[in-house]
Ligand binder design. Structure first.
Ligand code: DHB
Ligand code: FE
Length: 279
């Protein structure tokens, strides 16, 4: 049977991807951040998941205000890196796992999550930067990837309770998939940052560190954070962190924290990374 064994929460700041792409990771600004990614990359190499479900948000790359799906799962064979204005990142094409993705979609819809199904969905920094953080610069990504895109850009975004329940429904689906597959799930975005308006530049370390602590030990507290609290405490783009609740919902109630890294600043964001394994 498939086994969903671990979850990763990570920021997806585009400048982190640019630092990798342009060989800047050892420069003084970036080195302390990338030093903390070392153990995560070692973990990824050691654990070798067959499939990673990456929960991310599109930043008006694949979708515009013309079409705003709340949850979309990619069931295609592959997903091209999106052109975000500077040409697509020169990273490997993302290879999907259509069979598992279709199985999850079917299970979700029968469980009353009416997920949108995408064959064709270019993937932007929200998805490719976490792969660069965890895998560096391989010729091919070392795992199949199932993109799960969440609308956190345009009000109304889904609540933490909904995201957590979606994670639980994904877990149920993966647990029922008959092939022996090692599956991980990444929740991406955040941590605290605001890119716009009067509070542009906002960082809230206390909120972020409490979030990481509770993600490990008291996820129930986080489930109930309303969107207005994310906005107030972690900034308008820090509200991306609700996507980490999908990841957490897919794990056991009790988890082991195997790695954590928190660094400010990375571009305009507080950068966080946490690896949780089912105990
Ligand atoms: C930044 C962070 C993001 O999550 C994003 O999508 C875009 C920019 C930043 O910190 O610059
Ligand atoms: Fe983002």
């Amino acid at each position: 049977m498939a086994n969903l064994f671990a979850g990763v929460g990570t920021s997806h700041v585009p400048a982190i991807g640019a630092a990798v792409d342009h060989g800047k990771t050892q420069e003084p600004y970036w080195k302390p951040l990338f030093d903390g990614y070392g153990p995560a990359r070692e973990w990824m190499e050691k654990e070798q998941p067959d499939v990673v479900i990456v929960v991310y948000n599109d930043h008006a790359s694949a979708f515009s205000l013309d079409l705003i799906p709340t949850f979309v799962m990619g069931v295609g064979e592959e997903f091209q890196p999106a052109d975000e204005g500077y040409g697509p990142r020169k990273v490997p094409v993302v290879k999907g796992h259509p069979e598992l993705a279709w199985h999850i979609c079917e299970s979700l819809i029968f469980d009353e999550f009416d997920i949108t199904i995408a064959h064709n969905m270019p993937v932007d920094h929200g998805l490719t930067v976490p792969l660069s953080i965890m895998c560096d610069q391989p010729e091919e990504w070392p795992c199949k990837v199932i993109p799960l895109c969440v609308n956190v850009i345009q009000y109304p975004a889904p609540l933490g309770t909904r995201c957590y329940a979606l994670g639980k429904a994904i877990r149920k689906a993966v647990d029922q998939y008959p092939e022996d597959l090692k599956v991980a799930i990444f929740g991406t975005g955040g941590m605290s940052h605001q890119l716009q308006g009067e509070r542009a530049g906002l960082i809230n370390k206390d909120f972020d560190i409490q979030f990481l602590d509770d993600l490990s030990k008291d996820p129930q507290r986080l489930v109930n954070i309303p969107q207005v609290e994310y906005l107030r405490e972690s900034g308008s783009e820090g509200a991306e962190m609700v996507m980490w609740m999908v990841m957490r919902g897919a794990l056991d109630d009790e988890v082991t924290e195997v790695h954590r890294h928190f660094h400010v600043p990375a571009s305009n964001s507080a950068a966080g990374l946490i690896i949780l394994e089912n105990s």
